[in-house]
Design a protein around this ligand. Structure first.
Ligand code: FAD
Length: 320
């Protein structure tokens, strides 16, 4: 059944977040031959729009307004509701990002429709169904929306973006919105990531736990992450001990990540940590305790001292 599908694209630091392209790929499946309309909100973002067409959007709406320069729940909700009222989509797809999580709930409640969040797979062969993790990643459930708008958020790094095709041009239209009486004003954005790579979208994550022993102990991990073009994450144990910032925490009460490669260094593998990383494609664990629970989810385990093993890995990857 063809569905007109609205996809939220996210701009950041002068570029588009990769999850925007993944959301278009998801939108294509949901649309089932219907039109996929990407919506890009912000200020001065029109130049980014066309690449959404290269990744499969049929039409792009740029929603520019000085009050949309930074994300605010009320500003974006006002803008998106005006787009939704005008476009009347049958489906909506957003990334399961900080913005998508916040905005989707607000919009679903305004539209009085269902919402399936944190989708990691789409079964579009028969009756459309969505796969998502439950019980902190221990099991997966399959859900359907039987009635009304099909509204989902997708977990970054799980649904593959379509191949870029620069010959594909999409129609780009400016969509005027009125955004006013904001109750939230962003005064300043303080960035706390340790490298330029966004943890939730990183393909490689080198993560440290209490075994890292100090803030300085993270240095070898940062070097390895740099060589691999990855980001540095942490367990709550390391954050609680003051070795690193909470923005790096991975797990049930931190970020949920699904990189291609997750290297856990000095992390015991508590269930709350596994909830945030156990769906990574390849897991490497470095721990000096051969009984550590992290080895139960690891594809490759190295029993040893991380301060010896990590520099050796860095040296090796620098050479190859
Ligand atoms: P530890 O359990 O102390 O493990 C340290 C590991 O380092 C050990 O296995 C040790 O063998 C190894 N080690 C020590 N020295 C070395 C060395 N030189 N070389 C190699 N290995 C070494 N935790 C999270 O991570 N994320 C969450 O989101 C989270 N949410 C929580 C929510 C709740 C409600 C609760 C109750 C807990 C939560 N926790 C979370 C905490 C979780 O239960 C664990 O306490 C925490 O994950 C432990 O961190 P850790 O593995 O770094 O430390």
């Amino acid at each position: 059944m063809a569905r007109k599908t609205l996809v939220l694209a996210e701009a950041r630091d002068g570029g588009l977040r990769h999850v925007s392209y993944e959301a278009i790929a998801a939108g294509k499946k949901v649309a089932d031959g219907g039109e996929v309309v990407a919506v890009l909100c912000g200020d001065n973002i029109a130049s980014l729009a066309q690449s959404l067409g290269h990744y499969g959007a049929d039409r792009i709406l740029t929603v520019e307004n000085e009050n949309l320069k930074n994300y605010t729940p009320d500003g974006y909700k006002q803008a998106m509701m005006q787009v939704i009222d005008s476009e009347k989509p049958e489906a909506i797809v957003m990334g399961h990002t900080a913005i998508g999580k916040d905005l989707s709930a607000g919009i679903a409640s305004r539209l009085n429709c269902g919402l399936i969040s944190d989708v990691t797979g789409i079964d579009a062969d028969g009756e459309l169904a969505f796969i998502r993790p439950v019980y902190a990643g221990k099991a997966f459930e399959k859900k359907r929306i039987k009635d009304g708008i099909v509204f989902i958020t997708i977990r970054p790094n799980n649904i593959e973006a379509l191949e870029k095709d620069e010959s594909k041009e999409a129609v780009v239209n400016a969509f005027d919105v009125v955004v006013k009486d904001l109750r939230t004003i962003v005064k300043d954005i303080v960035k706390k990531t340790t490298s330029g790579v966004d943890l939730s979208e990183a393909k490689v994550i080198v993560s440290g736990g209490r075994g890292v022993k100090s803030a300085e102990g993270f240095e070898p991990l940062k070097e390895l992450a740099d060589v691999l073009g990855g980001a540095v994450g942490a367990s709550r144990g390391a954050c609680d001990a003051g070795y690193c910032d909470y923005s790096m925490q991975i797990g049930q009460t931190g970020k949920v990540v699904t990189p291609d490669l997750y290297i856990a260094c000095g992390i015991s593998g508590a269930i709350q940590h596994l909830a945030g990383m156990s769906n990574s494609k390849v897991i490497v664990a470095i721990n000096k305790d051969p009984e550590a629970n992290i080895f139960n989810v690891a594809d490759y385990g190295i029993v040893g001292d991380l301060f010896e093993v990590v520099p050796l890995l860095t040296k090796y990857f620098k050479e190859v």
